[in-house]
Design a protein around this ligand. Structure first.
Ligand code: ACO
Length: 330
């Protein structure tokens, strides 16, 4: 088996559902206000998928754009990884449903459950398959319909999340590409963020519905403190692995969970604000889709140029985390 083929991102796409839910709209639903949400999270609005749009639908539109930008036909894609914690159903994998929508008959397909770090996990997994020569290319999609697992009566969580999808096509590149990566997890912290019902432990029943166990439960304050440490440690670790420093970063793309978390990470790492890409104000936290959409928007807005050093850095329920350094190919 061939080894160490350079792997880069050769096409990006995103899809955001049309319906916008503003902080003002939320004021009518729970005891909250625009000022609290803005100062505590930096979020102004989020998008909500229509009732006939599912995670696979959002993923499909993002993937179509990424394939078009990569100039690769769906039928030539060899691997599809969908990172999601809101699959259309428990099984089959949402990746298989996306395969069918795209007509990507040749692809092997599976889902990754790594919450907000799912897109970074997916990128690193796809890289392994391509760098060993197993597959020539891969489509990695971060897609979420978090509105389906949001408790719209819980002000502690409902103000935070939104729906969307981002996709990347990975392939071999002549120069640059993914330089290094680091994935980690700590299952001892699994109780901090979860959807407790609907799995094999608490299958759906009248009781689980009555107890509200099918929506996100989160100990936000504890997550906040851990997120700052985990994200800054992970980013510093990948930079060190490829003998780069914070000064070498051209574009830092952290998981868009909360502007305050990102500001604290920036302060801890001493990354200047102008190097960080933010879009949390427009979309809220879209879990695995957040980093994917941010990467796509950073590229499409000209923030990422050939030769640039780009750092992706994410954390989420698990807890899990992941970071990687990409040198954008020339
Ligand atoms: N509007 C008004 N008041 C509110 C709201 C709201 N929407 N939500 C909570 N409050 C109140 C609380 O009830 C509390 O009131 P009290 O003091 O009377 O008890 C007060 O505001 C302060 O609450 P805290 O929880 O201490 O507020 P904090 O500053 O920590 O902000 C937040 C909360 C925004 C959730 C923050 O902790 C956070 O962002 N945590 C990280 C969440 C995260 O990033 N998760 C990512 C993973 S998600 C995944 O993997 C799918």
């Amino acid at each position: 088996m061939k080894k160490n083929i350079k792997v880069g991102i050769v096409g990006l796409g995103a899809y955001i559902p049309k319906k916008i839910l503003t902080n003002k709209d939320l004021e009518k639903m729970v005891d909250t206000n625009d000022e609290w949400i803005t100062t505590r999270t930096g979020i102004k609005e989020r998008h909500i998928a229509a009732s006939d749009e599912f995670t696979s639908t959002l993923a499909f539109y993002a993937a179509k754009e990424a394939l078009k930008n990569a100039k690769i036909k769906a039928e030539d894609i060899e691997l599809i990884i969908v990172a999601t914690v809101t699959p259309d159903m428990q099984f089959p994998a949402t990746a298989c449903l996306v395969q069918e929508l795209l007509g990507a008959k040749k692809a092997a397909c599976f889902d990754v459950s790594a919450a907000c770090a799912g897109f970074v996990y997916g990128i690193v997994m796809a890289q392994q398959f391509i760098s060993t020569g197993c597959y020539k290319n891969a489509l990695v999609i971060g897609a979420e319909k978090l509105s389906a697992v949001t408790d719209w009566k819980d002000r502690n969580t409902c103000v935070l999340f939104g729906d969307g999808a981002g996709a990347a096509v990975l392939s071999s590149v002549d120069n640059g590409g993914i330089l290094t990566s680091y994935l980690g997890s700590d299952g001892a912290l699994s109780e901090l963020i979860m959807v407790p019902g609907g799995g094999s432990k608490k299958p759906a029943s009248k009781e689980t519905v009555d107890e509200g166990l099918h929506s996100i439960k989160m100990r936000g304050n504890e997550v906040f403190k851990l997120a700052v440490k985990i994200m800054s440690d992970a980013a510093c670790k990948v930079l060190k692995q490829c003998e780069l420093s914070v000064d070498d970063i051209d574009c830092f793309i952290p998981h868009q969970a909360n502007k305050r978390i990102l500001d604290a990470v920036a302060r801890k790492m001493k990354v200047p604000e102008e190097k960080i890409f933010f879009n949390v104000a427009k979309y809220g936290n879209m879990s695995s889709a957040a980093t994917a959409v941010a990467l796509c928007e950073a590229y499409q807005s000209g923030r990422i140029k050939p030769g640039h050093i780009v750092v992706l850095d994410a954390f989420g329920a698990g807890l899990v985390w992941g970071a990687c350094v990409i040198q954008w190919q020339k």
